[in-house]
Design a protein around this ligand. Sequence first.
Ligand SMILES: [Zn+2]
Length: 258
Amino acid sequence: MKLQWLGTAGFKVEVGDRVFLIDPYLSRNAQARPVQSMQPAEIAGAGQIFITHGHFDHLHDVPAIMASGSSTVYCSETAAATLMREGVDGSRITTVGSDGFAANFGAYRAEAFFSRHVKFDIPLVARTLWRIGPRYRRLSGMHRGYPVGQVLSWRFTIGGYTMHHFGSGGSPPEELERLAAHPPDLLLVPLQGHSHICDIAFEYVRVLRPRMVIPHHQDDFYPPISTAVDVSPFVKKVRENFPGTEVKIMAINETITL
Ligand SMILES: [Zn+2]
């Protein structure tokens, strides 16, 4: 299996001759760092696209990717409505309406679980508004056009290997404890949206006990809405407390083989 980080919460996964995408978002803006030069058409050969929630930094480029290929998309009802508004044919959308949704794609199996969005804390909101300043009207309009909807986390089973992807870090303890009945080999955990996100992400590792963890979404994908998140306190805490869990930091567009 090959895993490529596309920036934000986006990943491309290759399993044999199958390719699927999770939350692919490439367009960013001119100030974003690192720079993403990949175009939607370059990943349009994917068979399936799985979406965690409806925010623009997870959904915005999906219509462009789908327009260049024949992929189908799996998402919440709210995200589906946004995609159809943006011109995606409803016959290519599968809405996930229940917790525990599962589908088999030959080489791999995908399961969706109801999850929650991280609650932006007051200091983070204050710092963000300060950075945005007079651009608030334009940027908040864009945010409103991409409502969150039901948040999903996705578990992929590939042979005997499991990988669990979260697009936002709002999972309450009971959700993580339930998912911990099947500890993933690989955890993809987002580090964005809260002043204490390193501690929040550490909780995912503490409860789910993956063999490997890859932090993502820490990049400065849409300044001034975003800033780069320093993940080093998270990395240090995992290494100190769970030396058996490998922490891998990926560079944008880097591909690893698992
Ligand atoms: Zn979000």
